[in-house]
Design a binder for this molecule. Structure first.
Ligand SMILES: [Cu+2]
Length: 346
């Protein structure tokens, strides 16, 4: 085989190789976007339906394509044949057959499908209620204060849940349609303005699960992420009790100066810090900001440097972000002081 023909063979094989490479790329383990995992009861139930339906679809595909190929080869035009073959119009037996067989296949698949839908719609008695409010471009998680169920505890972008206990998420939106999705744990649920949608699932084991908005919602949709931290129930209870407390900040040195700046600027119009004059409700609640691992909708790691970057120019990190840039109005030193204050809020 000459070099040229070898090259041509390779070019011809390229689409096949590319397809195989793409398929192999999907075969990773521990992928945060794998929807058919054992980590959540919801994802496991969906997997229980997915595989049998996929096998039925594969069987139908090969049966239909096999028959098609057989017919094309068996009844192809052979050398020397000049005449048109006998033309047929309609075949009652075949037509009835290919109406009944697919209907039967669909009717059989409908049984596990409907039972799975009913299964997933059930809310167990011991489910923990968590309200999800989606906004451009972050998720707010609202819990009932364990000491006073009428009081709400709000956290942004990082939901903690007890592992092994069902969570009943009530999902809402304050602006456009978003979608709440934690691929490793459950399927998607839309967040629709003026409507409350439900989703129930259990994280079967402790871990950090990645979530994100799964419905295009303009500028920073791709940066609208969050994490779900599943932990042992005792640890979760301690966390929630801590979140329900008012802020305890360091009020000396740079952090003290940052507190003055924060409370004296526009920050308090949108952000809340419980136990202070900041009572805004349209932006993330920062009461325990220092205990969070990320900021800006899980966009950045929560370090003082990143808080400075964010406060200086949020739009650069998250296009369209509602927070104004303070780089022009506050000095770098002032912004650093604000970052120190926010980090002292544990
Ligand atoms: Cu979105």
């Amino acid at each position: 085989m000459g070099a040229r023909s070898r090259f041509i063979t390779l070019i011809r094989l390229a689409p096949l190789l590319l397809t195989l490479a793409l398929l192999a790329g999907g075969c990773t383990t521990n992928d945060p976007y794998d929807t058919l995992t054992d980590f959540g009861d919801h994802s496991k139930t969906v997997r229980g339906l997915f595989w049998p339906v996929l096998w039925v679809a594969i069987f139908v595909f090969f049966a239909v394509e096999g028959l098609l190929l057989f017919t094309m080869i068996r009844f192809r035009r052979r050398g020397g044949e000049r005449q048109m073959p006998k033309q047929t119009h309609g075949n009652t037996r075949l037509e009835v057959g290919w109406t009944i067989v697919p209907s039967l296949v669909l009717a059989i698949i409908a049984v596990p499908t409907i039972s799975t839908i009913v299964d997933l719609a059930r809310t167990p008695q011991n489910a923990l209620q968590v309200r999800v409010v989606a906004r451009q471009w972050w998720f707010e998680f609202i819990y009932a204060d364990p000491a006073d169920p009428n009081r709400a505890v709000s956290v942004a972008s990082e939901a903690h849940i007890p592992a092994g206990r069902p969570i009943h998420w009530t999902i809402e939106s304050e602006d456009v349609i978003h979608s709440f999705w934690v691929p490793n744990l459950a399927g998607k649920q839309d967040a629709v303005p003026g409507k409350k949608n439900d989703l129930v699932f259990t994280a079967r084991q402790p871990g950090v699960y990645h979530g994100e908005c799964a419905e295009y919602c303009l500028d920073s949709h791709a940066l609208m992420r969050f994490i779900v931290i599943a932990e042992p129930e005792g640890q979760f209870n301690t966390w929630l009790q801590g979140q329900a407390q008012s802020a305890t900040a360091r009020t000396t040195g740079s952090a003290g100066r940052g507190q003055e700046l924060f409370l004296g600027n526009a920050c308090i119009g949108c952000h809340a810090i419980e136990g202070s004059a900041a009572q805004g409700r349209t932006a993330p609640n920062l009461t325990h900001f220092g205990s969070r691992v990320s900021l800006a909708g899980n966009r950045l790691e929560n370090t003082p440097e990143n808080v400075v970057r964010w406060v200086t120019n949020p739009q650069q990190l998250k296009p369209g972000a509602k927070m104004p840039a303070f780089g022009g109005t506050l000095s770098e030193e002032d912004i650093k002081a604000i970052a120190d204050y926010l980090h002292s809020l544990k």
